[in-house]
Design a protein around this ligand. Structure first.
Ligand code: GLU
Length: 442
């Protein structure tokens, strides 16, 4: 049996760390198992969904390097959802309810005040066929609820192990709204059956949905897939992620210079028994993936961790991997000189400016600089020039350590930190170096 998985975002906003993790885990599962992945756009809510967000989801996933084998847009499939609803009506599992939202709210409050769980009381099931017909004839628009079977709904979850949910503790869910719109609970199951989804992997916030959906699979005559619900990410303080780091969109991260492999390295391992370490290619992450490695405790995400991974990635990437995104003219020598000092690729621009652009040198001790300038070796500089030069300056001035190196760095780069000068100096070249030591912008 070839596994078939799906990632099913609702196009009501941009992808963020929380939901992109679901995409990554499904993708890893599909690739590791030789299965297929479907991207399903859950856009039945025509008011909240937008075509722009749907396009942005695809753009974001592609940027991340994820690929999918099948694509479905739920707004193309309203007829299938209507047919499924008819089937449920015919078998007596979908019933019309005419209560207004205000009436339902009142019932809820009443139940709570009596110490009862605020679940729907199924009053609509007591309506006679004539009462229903009269209401419909009078133009009343019902919502349609799925009649849950009482008793236990159970499944073996790939992450949580055996799960049991008492359907008696749940309201019969509305599957069709008063305006006729099918809700996610139904459309999702209809598609999972139609496209023969074998594995549903998603966050634990869907556990209660799963109980309902298993009953729906059965009521519609579908095969119940295997489920896995991973724990949701908390932020570094243990708070709910959605309000903080989890809400950070891929778009923001990309604009901030965070690379796809940094995000993949983090999210593929978060919540698993594997340590989070940088991986520079997807194949390795796919090889290491195993859904059994996911644990039940809540993983914490510190956004700083993502920045560390990104810095490590900069150090690890060869020139060829970044060449087309570096300033025009940058070569391997430049990349090798600066990559150890980058948190993000765009920072390379700063060092490109230092090497090839004009900077204002920071020169205080002019006598010292004059001495240093006089000792500057003849060009062209090579990998040893810096060592030979600073040895000579040290011998002449008696300075060493920080008091020797920092003024030279400030003069040559205008900055008090940065890549090794032994590598930068040959790139800066003798003419520029000399002018800067003399305090001129160059
Ligand atoms: N559109 C649903 C969501 O974004 C899909 C959930 C599911 O995987 O079934 O929550």
């Amino acid at each position: 049996m070839t596994p078939i998985l799906r990632f099913a975002p609702s196009p009501t906003g941009r992808l963020h760390l929380g939901n992109v993790r679901t995409a990554i885990v499904n993708w890893l599962y599909a690739r590791k198992s030789g299965g297929r992945l479907m991207l399903r756009i859950d856009d039945t809510d025509l008011e909240r969904s937008t075509a722009e967000h749907a396009v942005a989801i695809e753009t974001d996933l592609k940027w991340l390097g994820l690929t999918w084998d099948l694509f479905v847009r739920q707004s193309d499939r309203f007829a299938e959802y209507a047919a499924a609803a008819d089937k449920l009506r015919a078998s007596g599992r979908l019933y019309p309810c005419f209560e207004t939202p205000e009436e339902l709210e009142l019932k809820r409050k009443l139940a709570l005040s009596r110490g009862r769980p605020p679940i729907y009381d199924r009053a609509a099931l007591k309506l006679t066929p004539k009462e229903i017909a009269d209401k419909l004839a009078a133009g009343e628009k019902p919502t349609w609820r799925f009649k849950l079977e009482r008793g236990t709904t159970a499944w073996t979850d790939l992450v949580r192990g055996p799960v049991e949910i008492q359907a008696g503790s749940m309201s019969d869910p509305v599957l069709i709204k008063a305006d006729g719109q099918p809700l996610y609970t139904l459309s999702s199951v209809v598609d999972d059956i139609a496209f023969e989804i074998t594995h549903i992997i998603r966050g634990e916030d869907h556990v209660a949905n799963t109980a309902v959906q298993i009953q729906l699979f059965e009521a519609l005559g579908g095969k119940v897939p295997t489920f896995a619900h991973f724990s949701l990410i908390a932020d570094a303080q243990g708070g709910k992620l959605s309000k903080r780091a989890g809400a950070i969109s891929l778009e923001n991260l990309r604009d901030d210079g965070i690379e796809p492999m940094s995000i993949l390295s983090l999210l593929a391992k978060l919540g698993t028994s594997d340590p989070i370490e940088l991986r520079t290619d997807q194949t390795q992450l796919v090889g290491e993936f195993d859904i059994a490695k996911f644990g039940r405790s809540q993983p914490k995400l510190d956004i700083v961790e993502l920045e560390h991974l990104n810095a490590k990635l900069m150090h690890a990437l060869p020139f060829e991997a970044v060449a087309d995104r570096l300033p025009a003219g940058a070569d391997a020598a430049f990349w090798d000189a600066v990559r150890g000092n980058l948190l993000r690729l765009s920072d390379a621009g700063v060092w490109w400016q230092v090497v090839h652009g004009e900077i204002t040198p920071d020169v205080n001790d002019r006598d010292f600089m004059a001495t240093a300038a006089g000792l500057l070796p003849a060009g062209p500089f090579d990998g040893d020039s810096w060592a030979r030069w600073t040895e000579a300056v040290k011998a002449e001035t008696g300075r060493k350590g920080r008091s020797l190196f920092l003024p030279l760095r400030l003069a040559l780069t205008g900055l008090d930190h940065g890549p090794e000068l032994a590598r930068l100096l040959p790139l800066i070249g003798r003419d520029k170096a000399l002018k800067r030591l003399e305090g001129h912008a160059a």
